[in-house]
Design a protein around this ligand. Structure first.
Ligand SMILES: *Cc1c(COP(=O)(O)O)cnc(C)c1O
Length: 434
């Protein structure tokens, strides 16, 4: 244990984090005024870039054609899952329950299709603009031609990942023709590595944790000026790519006739690893939708990195290893012991709070979501369900019939059938033993 006793005295919930008890931490700085490093204009700059690339995406990924090259997921009402939730909990959920189904996003089958792909698009645009006569108003499907592929082959993209970021960045970058290298931590699933190799991506494997692998990858990438390193621990481009989700969700809320105002709160539950994707989304939600949409991050009790960083205000200066935790979890997408440099800072006044959960809980929700709604997600992506009870327990006003609860399902549709069956069986066994 390497932390100061005074820190624990000031933030007694650290004791519960140390003993791996599930907690709910309510952010005392929520809603205060603060200078933010980004604005609404930055979100719309990203929106416009996605639009410029839509004709390209439609061409190279035919599965996006039905959406005209827009990469977006549906908002799905979970009636039967809500009934199940109510049967299992002492307190029933008065509001509506929805799933933001990023598990269905094209290309990586995860939320990483937002930030990861966006950062690759931005780099490709920069390279193309610097070397050719590409104009902003051009039809970007021209970027799929051999002339551009040959240009992109002179550049490289590198990224470190526990799995899904590598899938989205790797597939996108290799499609452009960039020399692509992904650095995988010990958490990464074999099928993700196989899929990347099949797409022509160089996969480097390390038997160590994500934070160490990022540093290895960063050092390697810095040696070659033609390589663009995608830094999951602090990239602005990743962050803004994720933020675009809010513009899309605003429209979906309207389509579903979901009101957002003082008496109609919307609660959004987001799983957090390094904290980049949930923070980018939350920044977008607060900027685009306003004060009555509230975000809660969900983390494993063994890896509460963003919770610890925000609670102490130390952000990336503290890791879960500093309080003696092992950083191990079945939620591979959340297996990040040290949070992003950016997330906690931007979230200081924007995040409502954090909840931590024990791993078995997410397997139960994976199985129940399949049984009740026929939807399959990966274990990390079910984490949002774990935070509903602690949130309404702390803030009874949020358990109103006028409230809407949105669980952000962050990944899963690319999982091989064998993986689905193993996850489902684990949840089933847990449910049957209750
Ligand atoms: C990456 C990921 C997360 C968390 O995103 P961070 O940016 O690491 O906080 C959550 N769920 C899944 C499935 C992921 O792949």
């Amino acid at each position: 244990m390497t932390i100061e006793q005074s820190l624990v005295t000031k933030h007694p919930q650290i004791n519960q984090l140390i003993s791996q008890e599930p907690i709910f931490w309510q952010n005392p700085d929520y809603g205060q005024r603060a200078e933010l490093p980004f604005s609404k204009a930055d979100i719309f700059d990203a929106v416009a870039r996605w639009e410029r690339f839509a004709p390209y995406l439609e061409r190279v990924f035919p599965e996006t054609a039905s959406m005209d090259g827009v990469i977006e997921s549906p908002l799905i009402e979970l009636d039967q899952m809500k009934a199940q939730w109510n049967a299992d909990h002492r307190q029933s959920l008065a509001g509506k329950l929805y799933l933001k189904a990023d598990n269905e996003l094209p290309i990586s089958g995860s939320i990483k299709s937002r930030g990861g792909i966006y950062e690759v698009l931005k780099f490709a645009e920069e390279v193309a603009m610097a070397n050719t006569d590409l104009a902003y108003m051009d039809d970007y499907s021209i970027l799929a031609t051999d002339q551009y592929k040959q240009l992109f082959a002179h550049y490289g993209i590198a990224v470190a990942s526990t799995g899904n970021l590598a899938l989205s960045v790797g597939i996108m970058a290799a499609t452009f023709g960039f020399k692509t290298t992904v650095y995988m931590s010990h958490d990464a699933k074999q099928w993700k590595k196989d899929k990347l190799r099949a797409n022509g991506v160089t996969v480097m494997e390390y038997q160590t944790n994500f934070s160490e692998v990022v540093s290895i990858a960063r050092t390697a990438a810095q040696k070659d000026p033609t390589i663009h390193f995608i830094d999951d621990e602090g990239s602005t481009d990743l962050f803004l790519g994720y933020s675009v989700a809010a513009v899309r969700l605003q429209e979906q809320l309207k389509q579903h006739h979901i009101k957002v105002d003082r008496t109609h709160p919307v609660l959004v539950y987001l799983p957090a690893g390094v904290g980049g994707s949930p923070s980018g989304v939350t920044f977008g939600l607060k900027t685009i939708i306003g004060p009555y949409i509230h975000a809660v991050f969900c983390e494993p009790t063994h890896v509460p990195s963003v919770t610890l960083g925000m609670m102490t205000g130390l952000n990336n200066k503290i890791s879960v290893y500093d309080i003696g935790l092992d950083g191990l979890t079945a939620a591979d997408g959340l297996a990040v012991g040290r949070p992003s440099r950016l997330a906690g800072k931007v979230m200081r006044t924007l995040l409502f709070g954090c909840a931590t959960f024990e791993d078995p809980t997410i397997y139960r929700y994976v199985t129940q979501l399949t049984d009740t709604q026929g939807i399959t997600v990966e274990p990390s992506a079910a984490a949002g369900f774990t935070a509903i009870e602690p949130l309404i327990g702390h803030v009874p006003a949020f358990n109103s019939a006028n409230a809407t609860h949105i669980v952000w399902a962050t990944g899963g549709s690319m999982m091989p059938e064998s993986e689905r069956q193993v996850n489902y069986a684990k949840g089933k066994a847990l449910l049957e033993n209750e």
